[in-house]
Design a protein around this ligand. Structure first.
Ligand code: GRF
Length: 217
C-alpha cells in the first residue's frame, strides 16, 4: 500500500482530508508520518489523534531540518511526500532526492498568485475566477508540473476569508484525488506537463456542480 509522508505547518485541514480519504478507502494509501516545522501546528495533533507518527522538525538550521525530514521519510518507507500547507521552500538537494514523488497543493490557479496568502492576492486583484492547483514540486516556488486544477467563482460579496473557505473545500478534493492518481500509476511527467492516463473519475461522486475540474479529476 502507498505510504504517504505529509509536510504541514499549520492547522492541517488538507492533512485531515488525506487521512479521511485513506480511512474511508477513497484512496488506497496510508499516512505513515507527519512532519512539521512548527511545534504548535494543529496538524501534529490531528496525526496523533489518528495514531500516526508525528514529528516537530526544527527548521532553524535548514540543512539539518531537511536531512532530518529525509531520514524520517525514508525510515517510514514513504513512497509519496505531500506538502499540505507546508510554508517553507525546499532546497534543490531535497527536491532532487524526491522529485517525481513529492507534490504540493496551492490555493490559486498557478502560475497566478504564487507565494503566501494566494487567496488574498487573488481577491485583492479583483479576479472573477480563482481556484486551486496540485503540482509536482521542483526547486522553484509553486512552479512544478501541474497535476490538477479546479476553478472556483469569486462572488461580489466575498471577503478574503469567504473566498479562501470556498477554495479550501475544493483543495480537500483535488489533493486526495492527486494522491489517488499517483497511487494508480496514472501520472506521467513529460517536461512541464503531466499526462494523466485514462481511468475512473471522481466527477459526480466527490465534486461540486459549480466547480470546473481539470481533466483527470
Ligand atoms: C490552505 O489553503 C493551503 O493550500 C495553504 O494553507 C491553507 C491551510 O491549509 N497552503 P491547511 O488547513 O493547514 O491544510
Amino acid at each position: 500500500m502507498l505510504r504517504i509522508g505529509v509536510l504541514a505547518s499549520g492547522r492541517g485541514t488538507n492533512l485531515q482530508a488525506i487521512i479521511d480519504a485513506c480511512e474511508s478507502k477513497m484512496i488506497n494509501a496510508k499516512v505513515a508520518v507527519v512532519l512539521s516545522d512548527n511545534e504548535h501546528a494543529y496538524a501534529l495533533e490531528r496525526a496523533r489523534k489518528h495514531g500516526i507518527d508525528a514529528f516537530f522538525v526544527d527548521a532553524r538550521d535548514k540543512k539539518r531540518h531537511e536531512e532530518r525530514m529525509d531520514e524520517l521519510l525514508q525510515s517510514h518507507d514513504v513512497g509519496l511526500v505531500v506538502g499540505a500547507g507546508y510554508m517553507r521552500i525546499l532546497s534543490p538537494w531535497f527536491i532532487e532526492r524526491w522529485y517525481g514523488k513529492i507534490i504540493n497543493i496551492h490555493p490559486s490557479l498557478l502560475p497566478s498568485f504564487k507565494g503566501v496568502d494566494a487567496q488574498r492576492q487573488a481577491w485583492e486583484y479583483g479576479v472573477k475566477i480563482s481556484g486551486c492547483t496540485t503540482h509536482f514540486m521542483d526547486d522553484k516556488m509553486d512552479h512544478g508540473p501541474i497535476i490538477l486544477q479546479a476553478a472556483v467563482r469569486v462572488n461580489e460579496e466575498d471577503t478574503r476569508d469567504t473566498l479562501a473557505e470556498r477554495i479550501l473545500k475544493v483543495e480537500h478534493q483535488i489533493l486526495p484525488r492527486s494522491i489517488d492518481l499517483f497511487e494508480k500509476g496514472r501520472l506521467r511527467i513529460e517536461g512541464r506537463r503531466v499526462r494523466i492516463l485514462p481511468g475512473d473519475t471522481w466527477l459526480g461522486k466527490y465534486s461540486y456542480p459549480d466547480v470546473l475540474y481539470s481533466e483527470g479529476y
